[in-house]
Ligand binder design. Structure first.
Ligand SMILES: O=C(O)CCC(=O)C(=O)O
Ligand SMILES: [Fe+2]
Length: 254
């Protein structure tokens, strides 16, 4: 119980991105390695769906699919081309976030400290991301008869000192979420930065996954997992592939 108090009390102390807009003292997460790695992208580029194309069929090898079925989770690294990654990183830096306080009417401030923004059509890069995830869902349906009918996703920002305590992504008595996927946006994440996603696999083994840029973790939504306390602001896109049809989206009021 002590731990929960520490997490909520921190709310007042933390510099949230909404209080701390992008500017000289808070640069966006854009290409910090420009001096080390030559990245050939135009400075102005109209983002297109094709920038988010991934050959999911190739990325999900039979070994990966077996692991997903037997252990319940897999990681894919270097998911997108640089244009898409930079666009998602930039978008994660300038959208407005809200407290992720209510889930199905239940106040969950005590267990999660993230700020979120659901991805809708007007969130351009995120919407292309979601389209790509739907292609991934189609591959999972073909290969595993996963029965996914639509996907939803939100950007999340965990301020310093926050995490998300043990949970599974289906509330008790519900099973609409089939597969969870989290895409990470953080350059140069080190073990000392905390914020690992700790997942308990189908055999009860714990695995720590670092929220490193361009990494996607895919796991059975019923697996227990937690986000360890982050010591650096931590950006991600939490994504769910669902078995129910498209439902109108209701964002909580606060
Ligand atoms: O950001 C992560 O690594 C996981 C987030 C999560 O578990 C959730 O949003 O349900
Ligand atoms: Fe989760």
């Amino acid at each position: 119980m002590k731990k929960i108090a520490a997490i909520t009390n921190n709310l007042d102390l933390t510099n949230l991105p909404i209080n701390n807009p992008i500017g000289a003292n808070n640069p966006p997460l854009l290409n910090p390695h420009a001096d080390k790695v030559a990245i050939d992208i135009p400075t102005q580029h109209e983002l297109q769906l094709v920038d988010f194309a991934v050959n999911w069929g190739d990325r999900l090898t039979n070994t990966q699919l077996d692991k997903l079925v037997h252990e319940g989770w897999i990681v894919i690294d270097d998911v997108f081309e640089i244009k898409a990654l930079l666009a998602l990183q930039a978008e994660s830096g300038f959208i407005d976030y809200r407290d992720a306080q209510l889930t199905d009417g239940i106040r969950v401030t005590d267990i999660r400290g993230d700020k979120i923004r659901w991805i809708t059509k007007d969130i351009f890069a995120g919407f292309y991301y979601l389209d790509s995830i739907n292609q991934l869902a189609a591959v999972l349906n073909r290969a595993l008869f996963a029965g996914i009918r639509h996907s939803e996703a939100h950007y999340a920002c965990y301020p310093v000192g926050f995490g998300y305590q043990w949970h599974s992504d289906n509330p008790v008595g519900r099973d609409e979420r089939v597969i969870s996927a989290v895409f990470y946006l953080n350059d140069d994440w080190l073990a000392d930065d905390g914020g690992a996603l700790e997942v308990v696999d189908n055999h009860g083994e714990h695995h720590n996954v670092m929220p490193a840029a361009n990494r996607l973790i895919i796991f059975d939504s019923n697996l227990k997992h937690q986000v360890q306390i982050a010591h650096r602001q931590r950006y991600s896109i939490a994504t769910w592939m669902r078995r129910d049809g498209l439902v109108p989206f209701v964002e909580s009021a606060n």
